[in-house]
Design a binder for this molecule. Structure first.
Ligand SMILES: Nc1ncnc2c1ncn2[C@@H]1O[C@H](COP(=O)(O)OP(=O)(O)OP(=O)(O)O)[C@@H](O)[C@H]1O
Length: 241
């Protein structure tokens, strides 16, 4: 088990036994294309005691009562898109609403990117029927209006699709073997239009854009530039982002 995962399960156990109603910590979501380095980013911040880490609940998607929903979704998207996205929305809601006593909460992805990038892409491609999109939307609207899924800062790991595609091929995750480059390019545009060009959906918080094309060996410097903002030690001047 890697260190982030260990910390998440430790957190989950601690949360399960907690009766204390704590207010929401400073919440940072990390967004970016598949393979943009979200896990590496989280691992970098794992060393800080004041940060609670919430890695993407991918293992839950891989095992929902014995079903690998991620795999089903890739194998037959039209058939399983709604099932998969319903479960993603539930697991993301859990991540957003987990209580923690840590002053900073760092989350990999969010209920927002699930809706604005992935569901959007399936809807545009006709891989999720319109009535199913409507149901996902009703849930999404209910959750964002009635549950505390608030976010204070978004870190966008910005990449070229060519770079992440190389990384995806290299890591060779079983479910992702059939992912075409076209899909990666389209997801890139979804992220860009939401977080960089800001023309499709509203951003729930100010956005810091990091150059995530950089290699692992030098990217730490890029993280460190923004660390005071991410750790809530230096407020962002919203107009700059
Ligand atoms: N809401 C979603 N709908 C469809 N697929 C999703 C969704 N969220 C994540 N995925 C899939 O889950 C897998 C993990 O992708 P994601 O970009 O979230 O993490 P990652 O690639 O492991 O992160 P990184 O490499 O940046 O650390 C990908 O195959 C992606 O297509």
């Amino acid at each position: 088990m890697n260190s982030v995962k260990k910390l998440v399960s430790k957190m989950a156990n601690a949360v399960g036994s907690s009766k204390v109603d704590l207010t929401r910590p400073f919440t940072v979501i990390v967004e970016g294309n598949i393979g943009s380095g979200k896990t590496t980013f989280l691992n970098h911040f794992n060393k800080y005691d004041n940060v609670a880490m919430f890695a993407e609940p991918i293992e839950m998607w891989r095992n929902c009562n014995g079903y690998n929903l991620l795999d089903l979704m890739y194998k037959d998207t039209a058939k399983w898109s709604f099932t998969f996205q319903s479960y993603v929305q539930l697991t993301m809601l859990r991540q957003h609403t987990y209580k923690t006593s840590h002053p900073v909460k760092l989350m990999e992805r969010s209920i927002y990117s699930a809706r604005y990038c992935f569901v959007e892409k399936m809807a545009r491609d006709g891989l999720m029927p319109t009535p199913s999109v409507a149901v996902i939307d009703k849930w999404f609207k209910y959750i964002t209006e009635n549950e505390d899924v608030g976010v204070d800062l978004i870190v966008y790991l910005r990449t070229f699709p060519e770079v992440v595609y190389e990384r995806i091929l290299k890591r060779n995750r079983s479910e992702e073997r059939t992912v075409p480059f076209e899909y990666i390019k389209a997801l890139h545009v979804m992220h860009e239009d939401w977080l960089y060009n800001k023309k499709t959906h509203s951003c729930p918080a100010p956005v810091i854009v990091l150059d995530a094309n950089l290699d692992k060996s030098v990217i730490e410097e890029e993280y460190e530039k923004y660390e005071p903002h991410i750790l809530n030690k230096l407020p962002l001047q919203a107009q700059l982002f």
